[in-house]
Write a protein that binds this ligand. Structure first.
Ligand SMILES: [Zn+2]
Length: 456
């Protein structure tokens, strides 16, 4: 859907629709011109980084989910990932697993992360990008999975662009401006050039968008929102035992819970933090409130002394007998029964006046999985197989508690016809694996004639 506003244009693409974004090596985008059915882009010159006194283009080419050309191996890459189903998201690239990446960029280019205005790239020394006003383009994701391509018609600062994307309902967005290098230390000699930290990305739309979303496998149902909250982060490590920090292990478990739920269930799962950053308790609750989340689940680890042990869960005082309590009980029981296999004690279903439980307007549950201070339990945390099992139990508990529907597998549109014809004997062997292949005249004529004669 194309919308022309006074100061900007928006092109909306719903989840499941093919966006076909492509990356060209070393190029960046300055403009996404959207017209009724086309998304056009304009490339800037090659992106440059200083190497051995020379500018070298950076970037790489991803096609069919594989890195084809990689010009800077040491660069830290993030990606705007558009999965075949589910909500697109912004993530650091796992270089060994680039499955569904459609658009990549360098650094940490979020201008908005999970609905919070968060211009993380406004680092000192990038005055041209950060403070200046320019016509800008951005790509964003709404909580329901809709992707927005936005181009401003007048000059915006990055802050204004972030606000615009927020107002348009984006929970994640990134700026796509600029290219090449900027010069600072003006008046000094030699002038120093450096690569812009924001958006070394290119968005390319090849061909024409379908007029309507195709029906097969497209998710048109509004999905419920679960906000997953990983305790602590950044300057706040949470509980610490030697090298082990609560913030890292809840991120590990939680990321896995997020992965499972997003892949297998019809649910949107925005995160209060997706990496090692500090987010205040107030902001965590605010995010969930603003998104209209149905459930808020906060993940923590306990700590006291080396003897303390076990799993416990919390809801806000006087909620145990209410709906929140019922939801908690389902999640608690699922996790407790897994932990029992590891001889981890169930400390019980508790109530506590905790800020994230108090300030969230929806059902909210807080889990304290284990004691990081306990040697047996902290050893379990270092076992990835255990982490995966805990994540699986948590995800399934949440799915049960929220009564989430499972995702349908994408079946070929003609599979049912094929199966019925095979059943009826009108085709004599299984062709389900080649439904998009052409049929020969001979096979077609003999089938039509069989039908004409009423044969099987
Ligand atoms: Zn904690």
């Amino acid at each position: 859907m194309f919308r022309e506003e006074k100061y900007f244009t928006v092109f909306e693409v719903s989840t499941g629709q093919e966006i076909d974004l492509q990356i060209e090596p070393g190029m960046s985008v300055s403009e996404i011109a959207t017209s009724d059915r086309n998304v056009v882009y304009r490339q800037n010159g090659p992106f440059a980084s200083m190497k051995n006194g020379k500018y070298e283009p950076i970037g790489y080419l991803v096609r069919d989910g594989k890195i084809i050309r990689d010009t800077v191996s040491a660069a830290k890459w993030g990606a705007f990932i558009v999965p075949k189903s589910g909500r697109p998201f912004i993530e650091k690239i796992d270089r060994n697993n680039v499955g569904a990446i459609k658009l990549a960029f360098q650094g940490t280019p979020q201008i908005i992360a999970d609905g919070k205005k968060d211009i993380r790239t406004s680092t000192e020394g990038t005055p041209a990008d950060v403070r200046n006003y320019a016509k800008r383009s951005a790509i964003g994701v709404k909580a329901d999975g809709t992707v927005l391509l936005v181009t401003t018609k007048t000059n915006y600062s990055l802050g204004q662009l972030a606000s615009l994307m927020l107002e348009l309902g984006c929970i994640e967005a990134l700026n796509l401006d600029g290219g090449g290098s900027v010069t600072y230390n003006l008046g000094h000699s030699p002038k120093q050039g450096y690569e812009r930290p924001i958006s070394s990305a290119i968005v390319v739309r090849k061909g024409v968008l379908p007029e309507k979303p195709s029906t097969g496998g497209v998710d048109t149902v509004k999905k419920p929102i679960l906000v997953l909250d990983f305790g602590h982060g950044g300057s706040d490590p949470g509980a610490v035992n030697g090298e082990m920090k609560e913030k890292d292990y809840v991120l590990k478990i939680g990321s896995e819970v997020h992965k499972i739920l997003s892949a297998e269930y019809n649910v949107n799962v925005p995160l209060t933090r997706a990496d090692d950053t500090f987010v205040s308790l107030g902001d965590r609750a605010k995010l969930a409130n603003r998104l209209g989340a149905k459930l808020f689940v906060s993940l923590h680890l306990n700590s006291f002394n080396s003897e303390s042990n076990g799993f416990e869960s919390f809801v806000y005082p006087n909620q145990s007998a209410k709906k929140t309590g019922q939801i908690r009980d389902i999640i608690h029981d699922q996790v407790a029964s897994l932990l029992k296999e590891y001889n981890i004690r169930d400390r019980g279903k508790k109530e506590k006046d905790l800020q994230v439980l108090r300030d969230t307007h929806m059902d909210a549950v807080l889990l304290e999985y284990l004691f990081i201070s306990n040697p047996t339990e902290s050893a379990l945390l270092r076992d990835d197989q255990f982490i995966n099992k805990v994540a699986r139990a948590t995800a399934e508990g949440i799915a049960k508690a929220m009564n989430l529907s499972e995702k349908q597998t994408n079946e070929h549109w003609a599979k049912k016809d094929h199966d019925e014809l095979l059943q009826a004997g009108l085709i004599n062997s299984d062709h389900s694996h080649e439904l998009d292949k052409p049929i020969s005249w001979g096979a077609a004529l003999s089938m039509i004639n069989r039908i004409r004669k009423g044969e099987k």
